[in-house]
Write a protein that binds this ligand. Sequence first.
Ligand code: MF3
Ligand code: CO
Length: 251
Amino acid sequence: MSTITIKTPEEIKKLREGGKILAKVLRELEGAARPGVKTHELEDLAQKLIKEAGAKPSFLGYGEPPYSAALCTSVNEEVVHCIPSNREIKEGDLIGLDCGIWYKELCTDMAVTIPIGKVSAEVKKLIKVTRKALDIAINQIKPGNTIGDLGSAVQKYVEKNNFSVIRKLVGHGVGYQVHEPPRIPNFGEPGEGEILKEGMVLAIEPMVNVGSHDIEVRDNKWDIVTKDKSLSAHFEYTVVVTKNGCEILTK
Ligand code: MF3
Ligand code: CO
């Protein structure tokens, strides 16, 4: 059994500062993600921006085998955790940018998915639905509600839009470590799972596929792609549970 940590008001203040830095880094990366750019160029920029802000990348060296970058760049059928490479982003693509930092010894986690230039109606809808799914999850977060309340609301909304939620990957607690308990699925039943309490810090991250929810891991053990090669999108915020709801820390 692992317990869910509760952060102190001082820690939450630091997480808020870190979250603000991370949101700014991602905003700049969004601006740099244009047709013709290679994903490793976004990685270089991420490293530079994180350093300039006095923070440290939290993904670099994380896990086994150690993740080799500060940023995850997941294009089209790539879901999450894709290591920046020579892949060039093209007009019509969508790209997920996922980043995490350490700031004052605490870590925050955030992701966005954006269109590259002009995109199809399907890409637009996928991004819109996934972004809205994040809002729906966040609206369920308050003391007394459960992890299942949140997952169930996300799943219902996504499936109503004829997309699927990934089952094998979940959101998570965050702050002292990149991944902390609890697991936060984007599916479930109302009333199930852990009860939310004030001071919990959570990374909420809906991952939505156009086709089947099934995924595959590439040989590098990190890159995750949809099994049917359908498009996938991902948004993530770090939030803290407050007295009456929650506060987004990455903004
Ligand atoms: N935001 C990602 C997640 O929650 C971070 C993964 S760590 C990395 O799964 F090392 F894969 F980048
Ligand atoms: Co995360």
